[in-house]
Ligand binder design. Structure first.
Ligand code: ARG
Length: 702
């Protein structure tokens, strides 16, 4: 007998499946046999007695799960962190276990009453004593881990459980002598698996397949080179033997019915301390505030889903529900994450939802200096399309030039403090760039139910993709909106691809320009080339636009057109010389509608107007977009995505494409003011012009 090892067990006198608090208990109520349970428990007891001392805690009537002493608490040397059971069905065990620990000379640490932790069921020491693996996700709350680390002065590595069958860490994870690990990887999220792989070298990981995992193969008791467990497969047995361990199988099927096996039935009560390893907790937590139509608009759900889905956990500290339909709610939520990395991932998503740290907690955003032109410091905050504010000198400062995928430069000058979205390439040595996620918030418009559903507002089509049957309704709405913007002196930007010409949309777009509905045109070389080809030769890429058939030698038309415009020096010159007399580009020139053509690798020519320096082209686009009220994206994925990146939330966007994937990609900006229309762009433009005619008819007397 190895006198240095000591376990605590509890005889199954009152063992029973009496209730359901894990999936294994389902369908097993009163299905276990007491006689079998006693025999199986004794089987395990005698095996352990050969190798260790076994202490017994008296069983208590009415607490059938007390046999699972692993859940009594977590012991390290003479300290124990007592369990706080999640379910009331087991909470009554706490005082009995507490009494046993006190009578046996342990210092007992107790967690706050509402912070669940289920002892050694969810906390397993590395067998070399280097650190503590702690589980969370079902029974134990992540926020208990830092307290455990502090009290026991040990490094805690938090692992998130994601499969409810493996609700306790010891059901799927078993550290072994010599730094080996027996475990079922699918029970953990990706981040936890990475953590495990970082700590345990591949040759020491014994991976258990699902078939063995559901037989509680990982719920094993390891004493030196021996592993005691329920029945397992031959394959796993030989893998374990190859790692130098002897397997002792003992049937525990009666206890499987309650969701436990060998390890659950025992608690190691003399875990030695390894002196050199001390507390090192990576868990972070923050208190966040959320405001808006939290329930109505589903923000609360989304926020909590983000936290859990990304591997964190939360506690809602308070929630003030807006009473009136129009009033907003606010909430404070404490978010915890197993590491800084995970916390940032969670925060970035929550910031987009409008969450912010309590203003009292952060007075200044963190910034780092740019040390190389055009390169941001590591960990810089990447901006989004949403209006953003940052904390400087304990005040919120609005960020200028809002756009996505930029860094935020904070400047203190005699005129005051400014913050500005700045492209990476425009960063200069010495710029202060915001890093991390503290002290930033996005200001999301609080949309009420009415606003979101109103048929009077553009937003009624919001954040959706129209299918055929909705196209007409949508077009009607867009026409109304265009008319409104024109009459109020607003600005409409159109980005258009060559498909506009191929689908017969040129005449309609030309008309929109002529009638003052378009204030800027953005596109590539191709839209201009094909438009001019059609205007001058009647073909688009060599296809006769009237007859719809290719013209002999037509494939050279576009080159001739390019050559012709090049000979004129520019599109405007071609108009002036009377070479170009109709079409989209002609109307732009005639009506002083500025256009910008951005080049690409596949361009023929290019036209003299096409900007082949892409940095300049992007800058030019950005200048043109500034101040836009609406952007119509007509079948050009490339130029539309470029435009989308530069455009802040709040600008209405209409994306038309025959390919639903493109429409979804472009209109999914998480804000209600973008709408997608899946249809042929020529047809769309024709419908739009008809609708505008309808709106105009009573007003115009010709
Ligand atoms: N029925 C018990 C429960 O659900 C089983 C506990 C098993 N213990 C363990 N350490 N996994 O709490």
């Amino acid at each position: 007998m190895n006198q240095s090892i000591r376990f605590l067990m509890c005889a199954p006198d009152h063992y029973e499946v009496d209730y359901v608090i894990n999936p294994w208990m389902e369908g097993n109520i009163h299905k276990s046999s007491r006689d079998n349970a006693v025999a199986q428990w004794q089987g395990l007891y005698y095996i352990l007695k050969e190798n260790a001392i076994v202490d017994l805690v008296p069983p208590q009537k009415g607490w059938p799960d007390m046999v699972f002493t692993a859940n009594a608490g977590l012991v390290l040397e003479k300290n124990v962190v007592l369990s706080r059971f999640l379910h009331k069905e087991r909470q009554g065990e706490e005082p009995y276990f507490k009494q046993w620990f006190e009578e046996n000379g342990f210092t007992v640490y107790e967690l706050p009453p509402d912070l669940p932790f289920e002892g050694a069921g969810d906390a397993l020491l590395d067998r070399e004593g280097r650190w503590l693996w702690a589980g969370y996700g079902f029974r134990t709350e992540l926020d208990s881990h830092p307290l455990i680390a502090k009290w026991l002065d040990i490094e805690v590595l938090s692992l998130r459980l994601i499969d409810e069958r493996f609700y306790h860490l010891d059901t799927c994870f078993c550290p072994l002598t010599g730094g080996y690990l027996l475990y079922y990887p699918a029970a953990f999220d990706a981040y936890s698996n990475r953590l495990i792989e970082m700590r345990i070298p591949p040759e020491k990981r014994i991976v258990v397949a699902e078939a063995d995992a559901v037989n509680f193969a990982c719920n094993a008791v390891n004493i030196g080179q021996t592993i005691v467990m329920n029945k397992i497969s031959e394959g796993l047995k030989s893998a374990i033997k190859d790692a130098g361990f002897a397997v002792e199988e003992t049937p525990l099927t009666e206890f499987l019915k309650a969701g436990g096996a060998a390890k659950c039935l025992t608690l190691r009560v003399n875990e030695p301390i390894i002196p050199d390893h001390h507390a090192n907790v990576t868990i972070e937590s923050k208190i966040l505030q959320l405001e808006g139509h939290l329930l109505d608009a589903g923000i609360m759900n989304k926020a909590l889903d983000i936290v859990i889905g990304s591997g964190g956990s939360f506690k809602v500290l308070n929630f003030n529900l807006g009473v009136e339909r129009q009033s907003t709610s606010n909430a404070e939520v404490r978010v915890s994450a197993p590491s800084h990395e995970v916390m940032e991932e969670i925060m970035i998503q929550l910031i987009d939802l409008g969450a912010a740290a309590r203003p009292t907690e952060v007075c200044d955003v963190n910034t780092n200096l740019v040390t190389q032109d055009g390169v941001a410091p590591d960990d810089f905050y990447a901006s989004t399309i949403y209006p953003t504010e940052v904390r400087v000198n304990c005040e919120w400062v609005k960020v200028d030039n809002q756009r996505m995928d930029a860094a935020i430069v904070v400047k203190h000058s005699s005129e005051g403090i400014t913050a500005r979205c700045t492209l990476l390439r425009d960063l200069k040595v010495g710029d202060q760039v915001m890093v991390g996620v503290d002290g930033i918030r996005t200001v999301r418009q609080a949309e009420s139910r009415e606003q979101r559903n109103s048929s009077q507002e553009f937003s009624f089509m919001g954040a959706g993709v129209s299918s055929e049957r909705r196209v007409e309704l949508t077009v009607e709405q867009i026409a109304w909106e265009l008319r409104q913007i024109r009459d109020q002196g607003g600005k409409v930007v159109v980005t258009a691809g060559p498909v506009v010409i191929h689908t017969g949309g040129a005449q309609h777009l030309s008309r929109l320009i002529r009638e003052g509905y378009v204030h800027t045109l953005l596109g590539g070389n191709a839209i201009a080339v094909h438009d001019i080809e059609q205007a001058i030769m009647g073909t688009s890429l060599g296809v006769d636009m009237q007859k719809g058939i290719p013209v002999r030698g037509g494939h050279r038309h576009h080159l001739k057109i390019i050559n012709l415009i090049r000979s004129c020096g520019s599109i405007a010159n071609a108009v002036e010389k009377g070479v170009l007399t109709k079409g989209i580009m002609y109307e732009c020139v005639k009506n002083n509608v500025p256009f910008s053509l951005a080049g690409s690798i596949r361009d023929d020519g290019p036209l003299p107007d096409t900007e082949m320096d892409l940095v300049k082209a992007q800058e030019d686009y950005a200048r043109h977009i500034a101040g836009a009220d609406m952007i119509l994206m007509l079948s050009s994925m490339l130029h539309s995505i470029g435009v989308g990146n530069m455009t802040p939330a709040g600008v209405k966007m209409v994306c038309v494409d025959i390919n639903p994937a493109v429409v979804t990609k472009l209109s999914d900006r998480g804000s209600v003011e973008s709408v997608g229309v899946v249809t042929d762009v020529g047809l769309f433009l024709s419908l739009l012009v008809q609708q505008l005619d309808k709106l105009t008819r009573p007003l115009v007397h010709k």
